[in-house]
Write a protein of this length. Structure first.
Length: 374
């Protein structure tokens, strides 16, 4: 009997032809649902440094699965994993030495060309207090001592190349300077073909004239602030390899002036309000140095990692009253590109949305211009 009460011969059920008026003769519970691809298991709960494995399986002949990280890198290129093909349609991923609690949460994509992809989610337990991670021997240490080039765990697992190779290595991890004092740090990764990006206040340092960026190699970026930063307090830079792999560099600017004042490079202390106000107040004019003043426009986020046809958006805000950001892609205004929808909450604020993403893989650079109307 069909679900709507119609009676049909038994031979009409599960014969790949709809015979019931409601189509129920070709659906569960009468027929087993056809599974084309599978991840087993799809969710894994595991302790730090403990072995686990999962499988990507295609039940469609000729479909060979791949396992990739969110960055797009093949899992077989990551030293933490072994990838074995049990058959052309059946892939197994092994993490013999597990993952660290620094990796939580972790995702791996099973790619099935021409079919729907699947995701394996690895939930790593967090046995340590907030701000600390676990050594392989079970001890908990502050997060900033891991992969900093010095052994702090008794078993040196905090500098284990297997785990640090894919995490970002920053040197130094923290910096303490006075206002306008030069500083520099380096960010690198050993993932083949991946180039780290660095942001400050959610803006790429490569678009900020306070910093000089050099790349000794594809996988290394050196950020220099020739004239330092003027703002007193803690500042945080982010080194980014992928969504899952981010490490921070803390820069603390300590004051040599009374509260509410900043120091000129020539040594005088002046009220904070006179810095970057468009008028020269320091004898050496360092209060209006364009390398020290905040840029006129803020972009959030400055780097987006996405897949073809996956939606994304970013925002541009002018810090200048009356400034109206204009955004182009390859010299063409995004307002005239049907792939994007433009929202302007105000003249100074524009949101760019790609609700269907971009079809073709590759690197796309959006440029902006700040138009100011008097």
């Amino acid at each position: 009997m069909c679900k709507d009460g119609t009676c049909r011969p038994e031979s009409d059920f599960c014969n790949s032809r709809v015979d019931c008026p409601d189509g129920s003769d070709e659906r569960p519970p009468y027929c087993r649902e056809i599974v084309q691809v599978e991840v087993k298991p799809s969710i894994i709960h595991v302790q730090p440094y403990k072995r686990f494995e999962f499988e990507c399986i295609s039940y469609v002949p000729g479909i060979k699965p791949e396992a990739r990280l969110p960055s797009g890198i093949l899992v077989s290129q990551d030293p933490r994993f072994n990838v074995i093909y049990l058959s052309p349609n059946h892939l197994q991923v092994n993490a013999i030495y597990g993952l660290t609690d620094r990796d939580h949460p972790f995702q791996i994509y099973c790619i099935f060309p021409g079919l729907e992809n699947r995701t394996a989610v690895i939930e790593i337990e967090r046995p340590c207090p907030s701000g600390q991670f676990q050594c392989m021997d079970g001890r908990c240490l502050p997060s900033n001592v891991f992969c900093d080039g010095k052994s702090d765990c008794s078993d040196s697992s905090d500098e284990n190349e297997r785990y640090c190779a894919v995490n970002i290595r920053v040197t130094p991890g923290s910096i303490r300077v006075v206002p306008n004092q030069r500083f520099q740090f380096e960010c690198s990764t050993s993932i083949p073909g991946v180039s780290p990006q660095v942001t400050f206040d959610e803006r790429s340092v490569e678009r900020d004239n306070r910093f000089v960026v050099t790349r000794p190699s594809l996988q290394t970026i050196v950020v220099t602030a020739p004239t330092g930063l003027s703002e007193i307090g803690a500042h945080r830079f982010k080194c980014i390899v992928s969504v899952n792999i981010v490490k921070e560099v803390d820069v603390e600017i300590i004051s040599e002036c009374p509260p509410g004042q900043l120091k000129c490079r020539s040594g005088e202390c002046l009220p904070r309000a006179v810095f970057c106000d468009g008028k020269y107040d320091c004898p050496d004019r360092s209060d209006e140095d364009p390398r020290s003043c905040v840029p006129a426009i803020i972009i959030t986020p400055t780097t987006i990692l996405t897949r073809p046809h996956e939606s994304f958006q970013f925002e541009c805000k002018s810090v200048m009253p009356g400034g109206e950001p204009k955004i182009t892609l390859e010299g063409y205004p995004v307002e005239n590109d049907p792939r994007f929808r433009i929202v302007r909450p105000s003249r100074e604020h524009v949101i760019v949305r790609a609700e269907s993403g971009i079809a073709d893989p590759g690197k796309y650079s959006f440029t902006y211009e700040n138009i100011v109307y008097n």
